[in-house]
Design a protein around this ligand. Structure first.
Ligand code: UTP
Length: 455
């Protein structure tokens, strides 16, 4: 072990990390050394300060009001779509996908993006995301680079999945993977937790880790070199998203916003969406778990929820804003969790109640830094059905149901009657909107609803 690393650990009060060192073989020592070298002690100091402050939430609930939400009419949306199309045609749009999470609620073995969601084909979530980018890139005759954030846990498997699937038709040079950072967990005394004698427990640093990862891994430079000015951001678990929608891009650009947020009316007060709020005229978002029940349940006279709109993590960032924020330190959030640890004798213990703290950064913490923020309402039936849980709400079953219902509406809009109970699936590269489906029908496509995929 390098002396310098040992000294740093001791100086930081983390010397216990080395206590099983003598029992490790050379490979074990090298692996532990690499973990120690990756530790960000400045961030760990901030984590310790957060624990010492006794606050489990860094959120101040004073002076909050619901944020203003734009609900543009048809003509404003059509005008915006034209502006967004110009941006796409000019090749100035990139797509950023956060796919570094652990998907623990779903309990699927593999990157969440490889989860089979196609109602007929069982094609993975990544297929739907990538094929939409392919469709948009073809429609506007321009490259749309696709940046995928992975984490240490799923990076190799994600890359392999894209290779095995021929990058879903995208040009490999336009798909770029980058790894987010990993953070240790701390015990109540601020000591790093080991989950095996020679191993530090580490977990991804949250979706907000995208900013520092974009900087440290050359994504910011790559976007600058490609002349990107607008970045569409979304999450891996929602195959309903209208990726790089010209309308949303146009609304963002015409509003002169540095960040835009799609919001929808919450299904019920307890739905786990980020709350879009404002304080002294500036927008912010508060994680639903930090929002007290009395505020969640508050209603207006007409029965609407007072805090009616939630964010579904579909955003647009101006590139300059991302570049600026990638230089800044983001707030840190803490969660009390069950974390496997080694006891004094070196035996691994799986606790049955929370014993330590995990830390994360959230992307929405940049909102107050944006010069201008646009919140836009959208119809959740069209664009939001995430795969979060194995069963029940927001599960694969509800997501497939909602995908089929959406494609059914597209056929109905085109004047085609779909038999009751028919399962439908459309490859986004075949038709990515009712308009494109109509063009296929006019071109001679005759749909047969016998369980085949339209592709
Ligand atoms: P979630 O908050 O749903 O977390 O992430 P998760 O890890 O996917 O699932 P659970 O909570 O363990 O069940 C929302 C989005 O943010 C990404 C996820 O991949 C998903 O697209 N994410 C989350 C990251 O990229 N990195 C993280 O550290 C956390």
């Amino acid at each position: 072990m390098q002396e310098k690393l040992c000294d740093t650990l001791k100086r930081e009060g983390q010397g216990h990390v080395l206590r099983f060192m003598d029992g490790l073989d050379d490979a074990g020592k090298a692996a532990l050394e690499a973990q120690i070298a990756s530790l960000d002690f400045a961030a760990i100091d901030r984590m310790k300060a957060l624990l010492a402050s006794g606050r489990t939430s860094s959120v101040d609930l004073n002076g909050l009001e619901p944020a203003p939400v734009a609900e543009p009419d048809e003509s404003a949306r059509a005008k915006a779509a034209k502006r967004g199309e110009e941006e796409l045609r000019a090749g100035c749009v990139a797509v950023a996908l956060v796919a570094g999470g652990q998907g623990s609620r779903l309990g699927f073995d593999g990157p969440k993006g490889s989860y089979p969601i196609g109602p007929i084909s069982s094609k993975p979530l990544f297929h739907f995301h990538a094929r939409k980018i392919l469709a948009m890139s073809r429609r506007y005759g321009a490259d749309i680079p696709f940046y995928i954030m992975t984490s240490e846990t799923n990076d190799a498997a994600t890359r392999a999945h894209f290779e095995e699937n021929g990058f879903f038709g995208l040009k490999p040079e336009n798909v770029r993977f980058f790894k987010q950072g990993m953070w240790p967990a701390l015990d109540p005394d601020g000591r790093i937790i080991l989950d095996a004698p020679g191993h530090i427990f580490m977990s991804p640093d949250g979706h907000g880790g995208i900013l520092s990862a974009m900087k440290s891994q050359g994504v910011i430079d790559d976007m600058a070199a490609r002349g990107i000015s607008t970045v569409f951001y979304f999450q891996v678990d929602n195959p309903m998203v209208e990726v790089a929608s010209p309308e949303f891009i146009g609304l963002h650009l015409l509003a002169g916003a540095e960040m835009s947020i799609k919001v929808c009316a919450k299904r019920d007060p307890q739905e786990g969406l980020g709350m879009v709020v404002s304080r002294r005229g500036r927008c912010e978002m508060v994680e639903y778990s930090d929002f007290p029940d009395d505020l969640k349940n508050r209603r207006r006279e007409n029965g609407d929820l007072y805090y009616k709109f939630g964010s579904v993590a579909i955003h647009i960032f101006s590139f300059d804003f991302l570049r600026r924020e990638a230089e800044a330190a983001m707030p840190i959030h803490v969660a009390h969790k069950k974390i496997p640890f080694v006891d004094e004798a070196g035996a691994v213990v799986k606790p049955d109640k929370p014993n330590g703290y995990k830390f994360e950064k959230f992307i929405f913490d940049v909102i107050p830094e944006a010069k201008n923020v646009l919140n836009v309402a959208f119809d959740r039936a069209e664009e939001f059905s995430p795969v979060k849980n194995a069963e029940g709400n927001d599960s694969p079953a509800t997501c497939r149901r909602d995908l089929v219902a959406k494609w059914r509406r597209w056929f109905n809009e085109c004047g085609v009657n779909v038999p009751d109970g028919a399962v439908i699936e459309i490859d986004p590269a075949f038709a990515n909107s009712p308009k494109e489906l109509m063009a296929r029908l006019i071109g001679g496509f005759v749909p047969v609803f016998d369980g085949r995929v339209f592709e």
